[in-house]
Each structure stands twice: as structure tokens, then as C-alpha cells.
Write a protein that binds this ligand. Structure first.
Ligand SMILES: C[S@@+](CC[C@H](N)C(=O)[O-])C[C@H]1O[C@@H](n2cnc3c(N)ncnc32)[C@H](O)[C@@H]1O
Length: 188
């Protein structure tokens, strides 16, 4: 995987191949620098990514696919989990894991240095979460121009990360009718 020119302030980007291959390569690169890899996978699915990457300890949550995962909504689990047990947290969502990342910070046990991987997919038809709309106070504007706000929803996602002191995100961005961003940041 090769770094190329930054495309937005505070962003690094990688050249693209297939999404799954990129996701695995990015995680392998980060893990190669860690002495132990203890993973909390918030959107575990069939844990294909972490089966391919490998780790020392794995704890998966999924509200639909059971296969060894804790079968609940990750937002419920984030109210009580001790996040200090993990140095990797994965939020490989179908859309934008805005609420989950806010909850990681609100949980109060996440360690500085934890690496948080995320998938953030936005597009005209991908609705913004109620949590995001309330945090940014954009309810009335959102009702008027929903598709425009949906399209650029990732800007709120990055603003939220900045509010937690995250000024550097490493990511791969595929920008088409939908914007797909696969990345990670390190908790301050
Ligand atoms: C993109 S897939 C994850 C694929 C997975 N990372 C892998 O390596 O196979 C997203 C998964 O998140 C689950 N999911 C969506 N919303 C969730 C929620 N609120 N809590 C827990 N799981 C959720 C879905 O059931 C789906 O399996």
C-alpha cells in the first residue's frame, strides 16, 4: 500500500484496489507495529476482515449475524463495555458510524493510543442519524434539503472527530455517486 498526496487537510490517502483488500491491508499495516492486537469489532458481521488480518484477542458484536458475535445492537453494548481492554476498535459500518464513535468517547474507558478503524459511506439517499442532526442543530435545514445534507454528511463526521482532538485521519476515499471512506485514527 502506497501513500500519495493528501486530498483534504489532515488527510492521508492510499491508492485503491478492492475495498476488502484495502481494508485488510490497512489493518495489517497498523497491527504490524503493535506488540498485541486486542480487537473490539462493533460491526462484526462474519468477521471476514479480522479472520484475514489475524489478532491476539477478538470480541465481535453484531445485531444480526450471530456466528460467535455478541448478538446485540452495538449502541447497547457501548453503554457498559470496558473499552480499556482493547487497543483496536473497528467500526466497519454500512453507513456512517457517527453515533457509535460519539458513544466510544462518552463511554469514558477508551484508552489513549487506541486505533479506531471506520467505514463512512455517505450519499444522497443515506440519511443522517438523529444524533448527528441534533449535535449540529441542523434539523430545519435538513428537512428542507435532505439529499444535499446526506451527500455531504461526511463533513459532519470529520468535524465530530476534530471536536475530539483528532486532526489526522488516514483513509482511502472512493468518491462517486456515493462517497466511501475507509480509514482509521488514533485516540488522543
Ligand atoms: C459491513 S458489515 C461488517 C462486515 C465485517 N466487518 C466483516 O469483516 O465481515 C456491517 C455489519 O454491521 C451489522 N450492524 C449494523 N448495525 C449494527 C448495530 N447497530 N449494532 C451491531 N451490528 C450492526 C450488520 O448486521 C452487518 O453484519
Amino acid at each position: 500500500m502506497r501513500k500519495h498526496a493528501a486530498i483534504e487537510a489532515g488527510h492521508s490517502a492510499f491508492t485503491q484496489s478492492s475495498y476488502f483488500t484495502d481494508k485488510v491491508a490497512m489493518r495489517k499495516q497498523v497491527c504490524s507495529k503493535l506488540s498485541a492486537v486486542d480487537v473490539l469489532d462493533l460491526f462484526a458481521g462474519s468477521h471476514d476482515i479480522w479472520d484475514a488480518v489475524g489478532c491476539d484477542r477478538y470480541y465481535g458484536i453484531d445485531n444480526y449475524l450471530k456466528g460467535g458475535n455478541l448478538p446485540i445492537d452495538n449502541r447497547k453494548a457501548l453503554q457498559y463495555l470496558d473499552l480499556s481492554q482493547f487497543n483496536i476498535i473497528d467500526a466497519d459500518a454500512y453507513g456512517m458510524p457517527y453515533e457509535q464513535i460519539q458513544m466510544l468517547y462518552e463511554n469514558g474507558t477508551m484508552k489513549s493510543g487506541t486505533v479506531v478503524f471506520f467505514t463512512c459511506i455517505t450519499g444522497p439517499m443515506n440519511r443522517l442519524s438523529r444524533r448527528l442532526i441534533d449535535d449540529f442543530g441542523i434539523d430545519s435545514e435538513y428537512k428542507r434539503t435532505r439529499t444535499l445534507f446526506n451527500r455531504y454528511g461526511y463533513r459532519y463526521f470529520h468535524q465530530m472527530l476534530k471536536s475530539h482532538g483528532i486532526n489526522e485521519v488516514v483513509s482511502i476515499i472512493h468518491d462517486g455517486s456515493m462517497r466511501k471512506e475507509y480509514g482509521y485514527f488514533i485516540v488522543k
